[in-house]
Design a protein around this ligand. Structure first.
Ligand code: PLP
Length: 363
């Protein structure tokens, strides 16, 4: 099996797995304490959580706090629903290519939503026209479907000029790109940085006031009640640390895979900018391609048709539509996602199979 779906999720790094084992909590060990208990076992677990918090904090700018959540979707909900703008139902603006976690949540709380369009390269304008009175602006760092990198710092400045908070969904950029220094809130998740599923984080700049969405025992500075999982936090922390430690190596590896893949898939058209892009995302199309048939013919390769989240809905991707692609071109697109553990052999073999699959369809 060749795994080329690293935007949907990443395999668990060995460093993350090792860090989790003790805290999975077998009765024979000492790793099962509740990190919110004040006895010795609890304090040990709390230390593991705090070490992890510091490791995750290294992916964010200085001057804020890390709130652990169950996913990036939950972090995004806390940012939007918990902000004053969310509670007041204030006007909000977001890019046309935000993840559904942002789009659906903004739609649920705000009656006045401005969609910031993207250009034919898949990039939002760096100087968006934001109305006075806008309470929150949300733009992602790297798009999950087409990999384009957004001018988040400039958009953050524009948001601040009209007095709005700036939320950045950095799920696909964390540990690969510099964090947006002027964001007020940044959401990330463990399972896209070779950490475990079931844990995410919201970074909140000091001075930004939030109200909890999940209430109860008051954990996570009162912003997210519920007993934390030390194992998930420790795995997330170790994965974050590994992103920092392997950053240059990962980036050189992904560049090499991208360069070879562009040669091997030269007959396919690229979706989105070739330069303003995370190179681990190769979103490509062949007009007339039947993607469902390709997936069924090439089962050895795990790849995606559009985003994993949207593909269940069987709708042509709204991200590819925002890029200006026709319905037919959007439907004939596939996404290949490379990561730290993808090999050059994976790319060569996948290209052989996918190109043969497309040729069998006569496209
Ligand atoms: N934002 C982006 C850009 C994503 O790619 C994803 C996951 O697909 C999410 C948010 C949601 O992350 P999670 O699975 O942790 O809820």
């Amino acid at each position: 099996m060749i795994y080329l779906d690293n935007q949907a999720t990443t395999p668990l790094a060995p460093e993350a797995r090792d860090a989790m084992l003790r805290w999975l909590g077998g009765a024979e060990g000492d790793g099962f304490g509740n990190p919110h208990s004040s006895h010795r076992l609890g304090r040990q677990a709390a230390v593991a959580v705090e070490v992890a918090r510091d490791q995750v904090a290294a992916l964010f700018p200085p001057g804020g706090q890390v709130i652990f959540t169950g996913s990036a979707t939950e972090a995004i909900n806390l940012a939007i629903r918990g902000s004053e703008a969310g509670r007041m139902g204030a006007p909000m603006a977001l890019s046309a290519i935000e993840h559904s976690a942002v789009l659906r949540t903004v739609e649920a709380v705000s009656a006045e939503v401005t969609i910031l369009s993207i250009d034919a390269e898949g990039v939002a304008a760096s100087q968006p026209n934001l109305a006075a009175g806008t309470g929150l602006v949300a733009v992602m760092q790297v798009n999950n479907e087409i990999g384009t990198v957004q001018p988040v710092e400039e958009i953050g400045e524009a948001a601040h000029r009209v007095g709005a908070l700036f939320l950045c969904d950095a799920v696909q950029g964390a540990g690969k790109c510099e964090p947006p220094a002027n964001a007020d809130m940044i959401a990330i998740t463990g399972h896209k940085i070779y950490g475990p599923k079931g844990v995410g984080a919201l970074w909140v700049r000091d001075g930004v006031a939030l109200e909890p969405v999940i209430t109860g025992g008051g954990q996570e500075a009162g912003l997210r009640s519920g007993t934390l999982s030390p194992a998930l936090c420790a795995g997330f922390g170790a994965a974050a640390q590994a992103m920092v430690d392997h950053r240059e190596e990962d980036s050189a590896h992904i560049d090499a895979l991208w360069t070879r893949a562009r040669e091997l898939f030269a007959a396919w058209a690229l979706n989105g900018s070739a330069t303003r892009r995370h190179r681990g995302n190769l979103s490509i199309r062949r007009t007339g391609l039947d993607v469902a048939r390709l997936m069924s013919d090439v089962r050895e390769v795990c790849f995606s048709a559009g985003s994993a989240c949207a593909s269940e809905a069987k709708m042509p991707s709204r991200i590819l539509a925002a890029l200006g692609l026709s319905r037919e071109d959007a439907k004939s697109s596939i996404r290949l996602g490379f990561g730290r553990y993808t090999t050059m052999d994976d790319i060569e073999r996948a290209a052989e199979l996918l190109n043969a699959g497309a040729a069998a369809q006569g496209v």
